[in-house]
Design a protein around this ligand. Structure first.
Ligand SMILES: *Cc1c(COP(=O)(O)O)cnc(C)c1O
Length: 393
């Protein structure tokens, strides 16, 4: 049987997969099973932040697994402690980390911290969490409910209680009550359509939540790990939330999720845990990815890459104003609003046929999440292919 036949027979049909099977990659380049070559403007949805088959990460992982891969969290794990130090130091906050395996799990951790913090003896129990419309926080029952998209709540109920959706940041204040323990937002909505929040509005929200004694959770699963040009989008927005979640880009392709918080004494031993979370394999990868990205940032190369990519994206946008209505995003988390959903599907399909991979976000946004290490040549080649892909539309 072919891979596609095996997939159809043995894998649950939860994905509408494109008709392509990649077999190898190098930085922002991919090759499929027919030997056809592509430029990857998706990095596996913001995961392969340091590129495909990164030699430094691969060599660290290989060395690590030839010694030890997993012992459980019953014992000390050197790369976990070091990865936590690198993440906390890069953030600039006085926080501690918990390691899980995915973004949804990181958000579950954030929700547990907020809910436990909200249980105060003798006082009213705070449990409500306000999130935003068009947000995306994950696929577990709780994070699906935290996600402000009605269409994702059609099945799977009953859901955990206490999630409230605000239309936008300004709307949050009117929803706060004595039972609210936290507000959770993405600073740039990713799946919702590459939608950056207004900086002043976010800073006002941070002040408001402090005065109301409500926790501020920022879901940086997509924006974290230098995607916006800073280690955290919180740095771009100049805020200090109570809880931050990370996942996608910080493992360079190894499954990992992190919840970090300044509330160091809320969870005690036994309150939370994970069998796989933070094991030698994933956290050794995180350590190396953090080092690579820090060097990339400090050398000025990341900022140059962001600038070059955005100039080329702007040129592409300007020469196809018949298809695109707006350029959006921050850093290497960019998008183009497409005039309608049919055109968007056609752009993505033609792009693939022409050898460049791009993503959809929301109803009408063409999304770009290239590896942060993408080269000038790869960017040029990608936009050249993209130009021919859309010229027929
Ligand atoms: C992808 C994503 C998640 C879910 O991450 P998983 O690793 O798929 O569980 C949560 N929040 C945001 C903002 C995301 O982009």
């Amino acid at each position: 049987m072919t891979i596609q036949e095996l997939d159809k027979k043995y894998v649950l049909p939860t994905y509408a997969r494109a008709d392509v099977e990649f077999v190898s990659g190098k930085n922002a380049r991919l090759e499929d099973s027919d030997g056809k070559r592509y430029i990857d403007f998706t990095s596996g949805i913001g995961v392969v932040s340091v590129g495909h088959a990164n030699e430094r990460v691969n060599s660290v992982i290989t060395k690590q697994i030839s010694n030890i891969t997993h012992t459980s969290n019953l014992y000390h794990i050197a790369p976990q402690a070091k990865a936590a130090q690198k993440i906390v130091e890069a953030s600039g906050y006085d926080m501690q980390c918990f390691f899980g395996n995915s973004g949804a799990e990181a958000n579950e951790g954030a929700i547990k911290i907020a809910r436990k913090w909200g249980e105060r003896d003798g006082e009213v129990k705070k449990y409500k969490i306000i999130t935003l419309q068009h947000s995306f926080h994950g696929r577990t029952i709780t994070t699906v409910k935290a996600t402000g998209q009605e269409s994702m709540h059609n099945y799977f109920g009953p859901f955990p209680d206490g999630f409230v959706y605000a239309d936008n940041i300004e709307h949050i204040e009117s929803l706060l009550d004595d039972h609210t323990c936290a507000v959770m937002i993405e600073l740039v909505q990713g799946e919702g359509g590459v939608q950056p929040q207004d900086k002043q509005a976010v800073q006002n929200l941070e002040k408001l939540l402090k005065t109301k004694d409500v926790l501020f959770i920022v879901d940086e699963v997509q924006t974290g790990g230098y995607r916006t040009g800073e280690f955290l989008a919180c740095g771009v927005y100049d805020i200090s939330p109570d809880i931050i979640t990370l996942a996608k880009g910080i493992g360079g392709g190894v499954p990992v999720g992190v919840v970090m918080t300044s509330l160091k004494n809320v969870l005690s031993a036994g309150d939370h845990g994970s069998t796989f979370g933070g094991n030698f394999l994933s956290t050794a990868a995180v350590c190396e990815v953090m080092d690579i990205l820090k060097e990339h940032k400090n050398s000025g190369d990341l900022d140059k890459t962001i600038k070059y990519f955005n100039v080329e994206l702007e040129k592409f946008f300007s020469s196809h104003r018949n298809l695109f209505t707006q350029k959006v995003g921050i850093g290497l988390m960019c998008g183009l609003r497409v005039k309608d959903a049919d055109t968007l599907s056609a752009v993505i399909k033609n792009a693939k046929d022409n050898g460049v991979m791009v993503l959809k976000a929301g109803r009408n946004t063409l999304r770009f999440l290239p590896p942060l290490t993408i080269t000038k040549e790869e960017i040029d080649e990608g936009f050249k292919s993209l130009n021919s892909a859309v010229s027929a539309l």
